[in-house]
Design a protein around this ligand. Sequence first.
Ligand code: IVH
Length: 703
Amino acid sequence: MNKIEAKLRIEKLKQEIDYHRREYHVFDRETISPAALDSLKNELFSLENEYPEFISADSPTQRVGGEVLDKFKKVEHSRPMISLYDAFSEDDMRDWVKRNENYLPSLLNKKNSYYCELKLDGLAANLRYEKGLFIQGATRGNGKVGEDITLNLRTIESLPLNLHRPEEKELKAIGFSAADISLFYELLDESTIEVRGEIIMLKETFKELNLKYAQAGKPLLANTRNGAAGSLRQLDPKIAAERKLHFFAYDIILGNYERGEILHNRAQADLLVELLGFKRVKNNKIGAGLDEVFSFQKKWEKQKESLPFFIDGVVVKYDDLDLWNQLGVVGKAPRYMMAYKFSAEQATTKLLDVVWQVGRTGVLTPTAILEPVNLGGVTVARSTLHNLDEIRRLDLFLGDTVIVERAGDVIPKIVSVLTNLRIGKEKKITVPTHCPRCDAEISKEEGAVAYRCLNKNCYAISLRKLSHFASKGAMDIEGLGPRIVETLVTEGLLEDAADIFRLRAEDLLGLEGFGDKKIAKLLAAINERRSVALSRFIFALGILHIGEESAQTIALELSSRLKGELIKPSVLLKTALSINFEAWTNLNDIGQVVAQSLVDYFNFKETESLMLKFEQFGLNLLPPLSTSGHLEGKSFVLTGSLLSLTRQEAKDKIKAKGGKTKESVSALLDYLVLGVEPGSKLETARKLGVKILSEEDFLKLVQ
Ligand code: IVH
């Protein structure tokens, strides 16, 4: 990027960041995820670093954050409510310590402990107690002046309206000297104590409320943070009360005393707030050095889902409070603590190119090539785009700045385009006219979304078909992944799926990467599948439009027309041919397009020879076990993530009771299971009057 481009980009980024900031902070509307916004801020920050001449006072990098709302009384903070600097890696953390050691060389001679705390994702508040009585609570606002939200805060039950008076022995037990104790009592009885902390909504409450709102047709809460912040900024305290918020203390200010004067370390301060009647985060822990800090951060990044609230990182603080005074503040945040964030699940990056892959049914799928970006700890440089409709829906152009997301272990995807950042040089994305693998012409059926290579001999298609056949959801042949399939096809060992069952050790010996052990393992895995569930086999055949669900329906129908424990492929074909178009359409979930595809497939000459080959190489099919359970005939769609089980586990539970899972919501659907952060399915289900189940209801139902 040259200087002129950088200047333009900085201007655009400033405007974009400010737009989302205003929406969020002033109007409580989340128009972009915090992670994606951070990503934009980081880009602006590094551009400004490179070109400091373009830094202006109104840049979002120059602020302490927050905006004071007009409707609440303003409160001047006794001491500024500052912000935190963020670290994203162990290196950032080591740099932080080194910077501090340069600033304060005495740190070098000490073994410093760090108090490691969970970083709650809510809203900061300052609570003021006079003579032990709660008299005023305020938001952070712009750091100097906040909004008076006392009435709303009074609705929070975990916030004491009167400070509890700890006994002397309790204070002694947490390291208070006799002198400290009398100073402390004097403050408590006669003067001011301020407690700072985070107001949050529990995941549980968020789910309950959204379920309630969904059923009542009210707008849903975007996330727990919005749920907490939104209600505290309402003038009607009833709204805050309904939201069942919690206050967790993370800091205490004792009158005009400096840090380190009465309280000596952070761990002690954390115990003190509990004695005063506050909730504190029990998982906080002292770390003897940076290595212990790193393990704490790693542990909670892995286990954050198990907590009842959302966290977005950990906060690492020097435990020795004397150091807090000595280190002081630089810019917008203190030197003595650092937010060590978890890797973001959303980030912004640029779309560099779109390449087209040919799938097993000949469908062309676009893949986005991205400027590499760190997402959830891994570098992402590609993401799938599904089809041209998706590209048009996203309004995606080459050169666009996009938001990419990776939730859990799911494949990264582009969720939206920041069109305001365009400069006019972006290019339209078009579908190739010829197959990128075999150069045959590409066609698109009337009304269909997909573009397809119709060349049956397209090399790319046969590779994909074979890989699909062996894949997990299909025949599940361990060790026969796409790479091995490609090797075997190139070596002339596989022409169709039946050839897999013909493979012998001597065919494989001598091929690159095939040792004795690997060969034995692969052949054993193939052997294991010589008897396989009929539904798996039908799905594995890769018949156009036949997914896992319809394969099950077809398997049930075929086996109902057959007897015996094992079905031979030729018998399967004969039975399938005895079912005509109309009979197929009579089956549940099988429409005209699918029925036609079945009739076509079973009538192909190639299908007959394929089935004979399967039979010759010893393949037998097992009819489905008769499903029975109280969910027989009931259909389910899952949206959002469930807290106590994975999607696959939920699906398995449904199937085990005879129910069915579906991917999209229709009026015929029986249940929508509502997880955290649901997608658009919820809206559709609500409109169609589909019954919505909370996670608890769902678990009861499948028990
Ligand atoms: S310490 C200097 N400790 O994170 C102000 N903050 O990103 C920091 N937060 O505004 C106070 N958990 O609202 C501290 N254990 C924790 C925290 C925590 C969450 C919030 C706090 C702050 C924000 C900065």
